[in-house]
Design a binder for this molecule. Structure first.
Ligand code: KIV
Length: 283
């Protein structure tokens, strides 16, 4: 009876702002009780503060900062120092959400010692809660070593943008049996090794559903259908700040590009007409 009450209470708390800090344990409970997990990216203090006040569960300091913040064509050029700069700006703002930080390309694939050093730098210098890295069996030694230092790891399979030069395109992954089989086996490997959650990007919905049912850790999808434990989007894409990126899975919740443009055009007009500042806006 008491156990049932506690479960129900936890569930209510998870859906309300009563959870004062989202932890990896809270995410696990959410999966257990079929409470969907919401996750968005942030790269700076001001946006992270807005997101945290909404009750978002997870904030990802993604290496997509390489695209949306720095204007690079891929996620490859962003450095560990860049990620630490973005991550520490975000953690200064966040009190409630779990903060996950991407290990950038080239900082964990070489060897597990280097991977651990990179993860430790992120945790020490940015005060992040957890890290994320891309790949399955190829990087499992790095995952083991990072976990052994007490750093929670989120996995990422399917379309892994750091491997774009291998893939050659950003099209849907794991549509053939061989790649799908490897993805399922990698998902089990990451879960069994001790990752606390897994991102599945741009894969068939049926495959994502199968993985979500089979593994015990939460699965967060992006372009992976609705039968997963949660969803993640790049904030700049869902707010319509970025316009050039329009995959089928992206739902635009706003057209901020247009709104910013209109506001700035109004400002320019007011400055030119000496309409700004007015009497009340000066000393
Ligand atoms: O870098 C990023 O924003 C990501 C998400 C697309 C999951 O990895």
């Amino acid at each position: 009876m008491r156990a049932i009450f506690l479960c129900a209470q936890n569930l209510i708390n998870m859906e309300s702002p009563k959870v004062t800090k989202v932890t990896t344990h809270v995410l696990q409970e959410m999966k257990l009780h079929s409470v969907k997990i919401s996750m968005l990216t942030a790269y700076d203090y001001s946006i992270a503060k807005i997101l945290d006040n909404t009750g978002i569960d997870v904030i990802l300091v993604g290496d997509s900062a390489s695209n949306v913040m720095a204007g690079h064509k891929t996620t490859l050029p962003i450095t560990l120092n860049d990620m630490i700069y973005h991550a520490s700006s975000v953690t200064r703002a966040v009190e409630r959400a779990l903060v996950v930080v991407d290990l950038p390309f080239g900082t964990y694939q070489g060897n597990s010692k280097e991977a651990l050093c990179s993860a430790i730098r992120i945790m020490k210098e940015s005060a992040a809660d957890t890290i994320k890295l891309e790949g399955g069996s190829e990087i499992i030694e790095s995952v083991v070593r990072i976990l052994s230092a007490g750093i929670p790891v989120m996995g990422h399979l399917g379309l892994t943008p750091q491997a774009i030069n291998k893939f050659g395109t950003y099209k849907v992954r794991a549509t053939d049996a061989e790649e799908a089989e490897k993805l399922v086996s990698d998902a089990h490997l990451l879960a069994d090794t001790g990752c606390f959650a897994l991102v599945l990007e741009k894969i068939p919905a049926k495959l994502a559903e199968k993985v979500t049912k089979e593994i015990k850790i939460p699965v967060i999808g992006i372009g992976a259908g609705s039968k997963v434990d949660g969803q993640v989007l790049v904030l700049h894409d869902m707010l319509g700040i970025t316009q050039e990126f329009s995959p089928r899975f992206l739902r635009r919740y706003h057209n901020l590009n247009e709104e910013i443009k209109m506001a700035v055009e109004n400002y320019i007009r007011d400055v030119k007409n000496v309409d700004f500042p007015n009497e009340k806006e000066q000393y």
